[in-house]
Design a protein around this ligand. Structure first.
Ligand SMILES: C[S@@+](CC[C@H](N)C(=O)[O-])C[C@H]1O[C@@H](n2cnc3c(N)ncnc32)[C@H](O)[C@@H]1O
Length: 235
């Protein structure tokens, strides 16, 4: 097991920016981040972005992948980890997991709640901007669930570039894609599998698995795709 990410550096600290080149001491000054927080905190199911089920529970397909050991071991990153349940669910002796979120407020609660978790030595939460953060070591697995669609579409190429930089050459990217097509603006922004392909294929990523997420929670049944990516061997 590799767990050197305990030295990732800091457990919060000043927030550095949003990847847009602008810098913020507190992301509340960014209207987009405020909007995102509103949406995440909302239990209103009318906006297509409902999050109420996840009070206290990890994403079922994540639990399934862990239980069936169908997921890489080693160092794992969950960017935009939000409430952090998936971070804790993925963590264990075989996997050291870093939960990263630009919002110190978002990760405050999971940090507190997980402090007594039996897995607590196998994960850490960091309040950092994904785009400006440089991990001490690359990752074996990166898991993205609704981080991509929370970003301004103009940042998607930068998202893919950063993923490529901090993922080991043989590493795997798992995207649990909540397909959204009816948003006039965001976040969340409209996104489909082709949006990921557009930015990942030029960086030599290939799909090794794509299926509907049979274990999606009820409000997202039929609109989630589990897509797994690695780099093409010969590139
Ligand atoms: C929709 S939430 C997803 C939360 C989590 N993955 C889940 O499934 O519950 C998107 C998260 O991305 C975070 N975020 C947005 N921009 C970010 C950035 N540049 N760096 C790190 N986190 C960011 C937000 O604070 C928010 O918690």
């Amino acid at each position: 097991m590799q767990n050197s990410s305990r030295t990732e550096g800091g457990d919060g600290g000043p927030l550095t920016g949003t990847g847009t080149g602008k810098r913020y001491r507190d992301p509340s000054s960014n209207p987009k981040v405020s909007r995102l927080r509103e949406v995440i905190g909302s239990t209103d199911t009318s906006n297509g972005w409902e999050k109420s089920w996840e009070e206290g529970m990890p994403t079922p397909v994540v639990v399934h992948l862990v239980q069936t050991q169908a997921i890489p071991k080693g160092r794992v990153l969950v960017p935009g980890c939000g409430t952090g349940h998936d971070v804790v669910a993925l963590a264990g002796p075989e996997r050291y997991v870093v939960g990263l979120d630009i919002s110190g407020t978002a990760i405050k609660k999971p940090k507190e709640l997980s402090a007594s978790s039996p897995n607590r030595e196998y994960f850490s939460f960091l309040a950092e901007d994904f785009f400006n953060w440089n991990p001490s070591e690359p990752f074996d697995l990166i898991f993205d669930y609704t981080f991509f669609c929370a970003l301004e579409p103009v940042l998607r190429s930068a998202w893919a570039k950063k993923i490529s930089e901090i993922l080991k050459p043989e590493g795997e990217l798992i995207t649990l894609i909540y397909v959204i097509t009816d948003q006039k603006e965001g976040p969340p922004f409209n996104n489909n599998v082709s949006d990921y392909e557009e930015v990942l294929f030029p960086l030599s990523f290939k799909q090794i698995y794509i299926e509907d997420n049979e274990l999606a929670v009820k409000p997202r049944k039929g609109v989630e795709k589990l897509v797994r990516w690695t780099r093409s061997r010969n590139e």
